[in-house]
Design a protein around this ligand. Structure first.
Ligand code: PEP
Length: 252
């Protein structure tokens, strides 16, 4: 059975003290939840990863990085490698967030290299992708999403997909308050699963968790998560508020 996942993307928000308070707050809020088939992931900034890992030693909450460089090491001032993340105990890395694609020019080819580096270090990639508003308006959204998957992931072996989580995030719905309707999310998730089944096998497609991201809030999480091919969410803004993040987790 596919795991349900609620992952928070904290982006470039909150300092060390606030990180501790947010983690404590989430633990308090979810203390009574049955999370047998649900993973809860948070992704603090690089500088707070070690403290977040220490603060989550008791389990339930997992810690992911928001990005990493594709090279093993070298003259890349300001960058962080997969080896470095793995060495401090990080097990998952968000790759290809639309903000990385838009502001840091991360192409599909670079993202393919990043995915390779994540997997080579025995970590899990939470791979983000999704169409722009103009793609949806012009009816090209399925084509764009298929190309993003194919360009960055379809060089992998079937077996690699046990360490991949997909996060479909229509760019027009990220941080905008605009959410894909549950029907739009289901339609795209079903398409994604079929695209993977066609390239690999139905078993690979059925085994992969596909998260939806884009203005998920306590008020809309239930309906989105009720859709058959939506296995959870990647949450931005609402993941910075313990009560909201917990309410979203409860909706799964
Ligand atoms: C995100 O950044 O991945 C995201 C989904 O943000 P928000 O929930 O704020 O739209």
């Amino acid at each position: 059975m596919r795991k349900k996942i609620v992952a928070g993307n904290w982006k470039m928000n909150i300092n060390a003290t606030e990180t501790k308070a947010l983690i404590d707050g989430i633990y308090q809020e979810i203390a009574s939840y049955d999370l047998t088939n649900t993973r809860v992931i948070i992704s603090p900034s690089y500088v707070n990863l070690s403290s977040a890992l220490a603060l989550t030693e008791k389990g339930i909450i997992e810690v992911a990085a928001q990005n990493m460089h594709q090279a093993k090491s070298g003259a890349f001032t300001g960058e962080v490698s997969a080896d470095m993340l793995q060495a401090i105990g990080v097990k998952s890395v968000i790759i290809g967030h639309s903000e990385r694609r838009a502001y840091f020019m991360e192409s599909d080819a670079i993202l393919a290299e990043k995915v390779n580096a994540v997997l080579a270090n025995n970590m899990e990639a939470i791979f983000c992708f999704g169409e722009l508003l103009e793609d949806r308006k012009s009816g090209n959204h399925f084509k764009v999403v298929a190309a993003q998957l194919s360009n960055a992931l379809f060089h992998l072996q079937a077996n690699d997909f046990k360490n991949i989580v997909l996060a479909y995030e229509p760019v027009w719905a990220i941080g905008t308050g605009e959410t894909a309707s549950p029907e739009q999310a289901q339609e795209m998730h079903e398409f994604i699963r079929k695209t993977i089944a066609d390239r690999y096998t139905k078993d690979v497609a059925d085994g992969i968790s596909i998260l939806y991201g884009g203005s998920v809030k306590p008020a809309n999480a239930n309906e989105i998560f009720s859709k058959e091919d939506v296995d959870g969410g990647l949450i931005g803004g609402a993941s910075l508020k313990p009560a909201d993040f917990a309410a979203i987790i409860k909706s799964i």
